[in-house]
Design a protein. Structure first.
Length: 733
């Protein structure tokens, strides 16, 4: 009885535990959904606030207050009003789909709030696409070999998703990938069952990085222009979640050669996965759906042991008949990549390569060493500037048509082919009859019958354009380095030298770093200063002039020097900022600026500061970092006669203070609150080491992505009995 009772109690406890776990899972799921919705709403509000800042010329805080006041007065929610503001700023969206513009903006913000493409697909389907009849959505990422990798889907079953995980080249999806234009129609080969399909290109930074496939119900119904446009607008932001595409542009010479081979050929990566499958191999491997992206062991189960052993040995290997394939050859291509070629039953004995003119600036050659016959493609004649009625030139006699300095390269290539029976390549300069010079890459392979050399085959590729591009890029890099050095020299000439340790009252440890703007290598308007005042207090200031260029730098010099002169009066930070505001209003060009001015008393440890629209100070004390809130004062140069309020705090020995400009922390698509939270975590992680090391580590750990210039000042209050740290200033390292 007691055992049964005990067992009964145990069952009741287990059931209660399951109910508690189920309730916890349900609660956490709802909390995650709420967090995603909150991220999307905050993103929408941040974007709308940015529009108001630009249109009204006010601070972000004032723009946010104005947005909330408008929402109250209009009776709309803040999210709906933010969507309307963005629609009005976009203009074209409102004109095209006015009834749906607000919903599209909200859905776009929700998509960009997701962390992965998989989450974005679910958000898109539930948040907008399902309303216009879409029942399934697929998102594929483009790989470096033009395959498509499924990275997100919604509405499809797991088996179907696994089936379409990889899509090889030359499909209906790739037509959109290469042409860059949406496609609408009915194609039963594509996934999703019956229905109208929309295949849309996905872009990131202007480059096509993948495609989206939306499947709609009712295949007989032709979608109108409104449905098409809404579908395109909703899917557009997904490109930002796919990452940068690998450059698909010009394929390597060996890949082009495999594409032109008449027999089956595949390219294996270092990990044994098929990176490329030529048309003949796709036909031969027809039983394996979509071989690109699969492992070699899966595609060649009966031959993989022999292929793997051949891949581990140096040089090309001829395996003969292996695993149902005839005349199998394994060719190492470097970087762990390997080509596997074989002959189909109906193509046995044909030449490996036959150029058909499908690839620009590539010509082929083939030589029969037994008969002495040489065959060139028409493109080869064009490349060397020769009449097509002239006899082709064998590779061994090509020297007189090359630059004399490149003849030894040709001889080394011939030695590899004829003596070592090993394929090789060379980059030479061909001198044409008209005096022109073309940079030509030669890739050649020996043709063997057993151990005897019977011929040569290969391609000539005109890489002149690529060569000139590399030269231009090299020159551009040198120019960029020169310009960057000039910017740094100019900034160092403008920013004052740091005071020595003996001059810094109270023995403050100080380190500062400056990183110029990434875009166009422009000198920026960031500035910082440390000054020992006549009464022994220490002034620390950081500011940021709006804009870049010489005008911004000139305005920065005016404000910095003005502050140094005003500080000698002994006025408190609030008064100094008020006077500096009047100086800004009177400066030529009407600049605006943000700034923070702090005065530290080494005797009492008191710190007083005032901010003009500038990012807040950060205090690191005993391993914990916190943001120091300051009164919300307007930026400099906006309104005359402003009284700037102050804040105060007593600093303790060992405290570390961070002053910085917005370029240090601001990130696109991330709110300022999130950026400051990331800075606080980074400061705690770096810890209060030496100020020099701390400045360098923070500059590496916290990186804004707005391409703005960056200033950072680290101030350390010395501990009792500890020698003061050295003072260092300089550009970001």
């Amino acid at each position: 009885m007691s055992r049964d009772t005990s067992r009964g109690v145990g069952v009741e406890i287990a059931a209660g535990t399951r109910e508690a776990l189920a309730a916890a899972v349900s609660s956490l799921t709802a909390e995650v959904a709420e967090l995603h919705d909150d991220r999307a709403r905050r993103r929408l509000l941040d974007l709308a606030t940015g529009v108001l800042v630009d249109q009204l010329r006010v601070t972000p805080a004032e723009a946010a207050d104005h947005l909330l006041e408008l929402a109250v007065s209009t009776g709309l929610s803040a999210g709906d009003l933010a969507a309307d503001i963005l629609n009005a700023a976009a203009g074209d969206l409102v004109a095209e789909v006015p009834a749906d513009a607000r919903r599209i903006r909200r859905a776009t913000a929700a998509v960009l709030a997701n962390d992965t493409a998989g989450e974005a697909a679910v958000t898109l389907l539930d948040g907008g696409l399902r309303r216009i009849g879409v029942r399934t959505l697929y998102l594929w990422r483009r790989t470096g070999t033009d395959c498509l990798e499924l990275v997100g889907q919604a509405g499809a079953g797991p088996e179907e998703a696994r089936h379409w995980q990889w899509v090889p080249p030359d499909t209906a999806l790739h037509r959109v990938l290469w042409e860059g234009a949406p496609w609408w129609g009915v194609d039963d080969w594509l996934p999703g069952g019956s229905g109208t399909r929309a295949v849309l290109p996905l872009r990131r930074h202007g480059q096509i990085v993948g495609v989206a496939l939306a499947v709609r119900d009712n295949p007989a119904e032709e979608p109108d222009d409104r449905v098409r446009r809404i579908t395109e607008l909703l899917c557009e932001p997904c490109g930002a979640l796919l990452g940068d595409a690998e450059p698909p542009g010009i394929r390597a010479a060996e890949t082009a050669l495999l594409e032109l081979a008449t027999g089956p050929a595949v390219l294996l990566g270092a990990d044994g996965v098929l990176e490329y499958v030529n048309p003949a191999a796709r036909t031969a491997l027809g039983a394996v759906r979509g071989p690109a992206g699969r492992s070699g062991a899966e595609v060649f189960p009966y031959a993989w042991s022999a292929l793997a052993a051949a891949r581990d040995r140096p040089g090309p290997r001829r395996l003969g008949q292996v695993g149902g394939m005839d005349d199998v050859r394994v060719l190492p291509l470097g970087r762990g990549r390997t080509a596997v070629l074989w002959e189909a039953a109906d193509r046995r004995g044909e030449a490996l390569t036959r150029v058909l003119g499908r690839l620009e600036r590539v010509g082929s050659f083939q030589e029969d060493l037994l008969t002495g016959a040489t065959c060139w493609s028409q493109e080869t004649y064009t490349l060397f500037g020769m009449d097509r009625e002239a006899p082709p030139v064998p590779l061994a006699r090509l020297g007189p048509r090359l630059h004399p300095q490149d003849v030894p390269l040709l001889e080394a290539l011939l030695a590899s082919l004829v003596e070592a029976h090993r394929g090789d390549r060379a980059l030479v300069r061909a001198v044409r009859a008209d005096g022109g010079i073309r940079h030509v890459r030669i890739a050649a392979e020996p043709l063997l019958s057993g151990a005897a050399l019977t011929g040569l085959t290969g391609v000539y590729q005109d890489v002149s354009a690529q060569h000139h591009t590399e030269i231009a890029l090299s020159a551009a890099q040198e120019d960029a380095v020169t310009r960057t050095r000039f910017v740094l020299q100019l900034q160092r000439a403008i920013v004052p030298e740091a005071p020595s340790t003996a001059e810094a009252a109270g023995g403050l440890g100080i380190a500062a770093r400056y990183r110029p703007a990434a875009e166009d290598y422009l000198v920026g308007g960031d500035w910082y200063d440390v000054m020992v005042l006549p009464d022994g207090r220490v002034l620390v200031a950081v500011g940021d002039i709006a804009g870049h260029g010489i005008d911004a730098a000139t305005s920065m010099v005016v404000l910095r020097n003005a502050l140094r002169g005003l500080a000698v009066t002994g006025a408190e930070p609030g008064g100094l900022m008020g006077w500096l505001n009047e100086v800004t209003l009177g400066t030529r060009g009407g600049p605006t600026a943000t700034a923070v001015c702090a005065v530290y008393d080494p005797v009492t440890g008191a710190l007083r500061w005032s901010s003009a629209g500038h990012p807040p100070l950060l205090l690191l004390r005993e391993g914990r970092a916190r943001i120091l809130d300051a009164p919300h004062n307007i930026l400099l140069g906006a309104v005359p006669g402003v009284a700037y309020e102050e804040a105060s705090l007593d600093l303790l020995p060992g405290d570390t203070l961070l002053l910085y400009t917005d370029g240090f922390v601001e990130r696109r698509h991330v709110s300022m609150d999130q950026s400051l939270a990331a800075l606080r975590r980074a400061a705690q992680r770096v810890g209060a080491g030496p100020v020099e090391a701390m400045a360098d580590e923070l500059l590496s750990a916290v990186t804004g992505d707005t391409d703005d210039d960056t200033s950072l000042v680290v101030v350390r209050v010395p501990r009792a009995g500890v020698p003061p740290e050295g003072t260092g200033w300089g550009a970001g390292r």
